[in-house]
Design a protein. Structure first.
Length: 351
């Protein structure tokens, strides 16, 4: 099972490692846990946690693929199949108006996501109570979460409290707030919505070299000269900076998750406190670059899926600043390569 190929541009996390993404805990609420099924149903129902625990449990191995490019294949989850709760095999509990399913969390922002009903029935999500043989940890959605096979993990809501059947689509939190693709198919790389920025608008803002505070998701700035760019607090998720000149650029606190920075020239650039989750920095020039406080889950510094001898590796020197503990967020092969690069940079310095 572990030899199966991963979806494009995903990387396997270290064994025993399960990254924490998004909200860290449920809403503070003394009420006992339960799951409500409501909306276009013949009869709304609420199932208590104890009732869920008493129902027949199934154990399944499900591949987890996060949009920020880490994967954890064949995780073992146990719980109750949603289709059992929806009584698919007896008299379905939904009415003919039901076309979509919205999953709502018991969390401060009422985090949610949704799927078309027909896809939900095909994918048969699991209402999970246990992961890897243990009760589900609170930060991973315990005591109960949804796990939807075959979709990026943002379709799997932690601390599920309510499942609503709807006649119309109601976009979820990441899909409406952050431009995540509503399809979420990892095999088709449906990560983000296409950028809404026109090419002309992109060129205009590139000419100003001031991206600070702006929402420029998905902007295409590949090969551009953006030396001294100010991108402080900019929203640059999924942006393309391949081979761009970004010398002395300021990306402090910028969101660069899944940005393409392959072979970018980031000499003396500031990436302090930037979100680099899933960013691709392979072959980037990071000499004198400051990455302290940057979040690096799923980031890469070296090309993968190519033979070792020719893979492009980020360039660093003794002035590159990076928190060693932050490297723990990298997958094994990336961490090893960065540690080796840091060590040899240090040795050059010592001479
Ligand atoms: N309630 C809630 N569920 C959520 C999220 C969230 O922020 N809040 N984030 C989603 C995303 S983007 C991912 S990748 C997974 C992460 O689950 P984990 O922290 O258990 O790895 O949860 C998903 N479900
Ligand atoms: Mo995610």
């Amino acid at each position: 099972m572990t030899d199966q190929p991963l979806p494009p541009n995903q990387q396997r996390v270290r064994a025993g490692h399960w990254p924490l993404v998004g909200e860290r805990g449920p809403r503070n609420d003394a009420a006992p846990w339960s799951l409500a099924i409501a909306g276009c149903v013949r009869q709304p129902k609420t199932i208590s946690l104890d009732e869920l625990r008493a129902m027949p449990q199934v154990t399944r191995r499900i591949d987890v693929h996060c949009v920020t490019r880490w994967s954890k294949p064949a995780m073992e989850f146990s719980g109750v199949p949603l289709c059992d709760l929806l009584e698919r095999n007896t008299l379905p509990m939904w009415t003919s108006e039901a076309k979509f399913v919205s999953f709502v969390a018991r969390s401060d922002r009422n985090h949610s996501t949704s799927l078309p009903l027909h896809e939900t029935l095909q994918l048969d999500p699991l209402i999970v109570l246990q992961a890897e043989g243990q009760p589900l940890a609170t930060e991973h959605g315990g005591p109960l979460r949804v796990v939807v096979p075959g979709k990026y993990f943002y379709k799997s809501v932690k601390w599920i409290e309510r499942i609503e059947l709807l006649p119309q689509e109601r976009l979820g939190y990441w899909e409406s707030e952050a431009g995540y693709h509503n399809g979420a198919d990892p095999w088709q790389e449906q990560r983000y919505m296409a950028s809404t920025l026109s090419k002309q608008a992109a060129l205009r803002v590139i000419a100003t070299r001031d991206f600070s505070q702006r929402d420029l998701r998905g902007i295409n700035a590949a090969y551009r000269d953006l030396a001294n760019l100010n991108a402080d607090h900019a929203l640059l998720r999924d942006a393309n900076f391949q081979a761009a000149n970004l010398q002395h650029a300021n990306f402090r606190n910028a969101n660069l998750s899944n940005a393409k920075l392959q072979s970018a020239d980031l000499r003396e650039a500031c990436l302090v406190d930037a979100d680099l989750e899933g960013a691709d920095l392979s072959g980037a020039d990071l000499r004198g670059c400051d990455l302290r406080g940057a979040s690096l889950f799923g980031a890469s510094f070296r090309e993968f899926h190519v033979d070792d001898s020719r893979s492009k590796i980020a360039m660093i020197d003794a002035r590159t600043r990076i928190d060693l503990p932050a490297l723990d967020a990298l997958v094994d092969e990336q961490k090893t390569c960065m540690l080796a690069a840091l060590k040899s940079a240090q040795m050059t310095n010592d001479k």
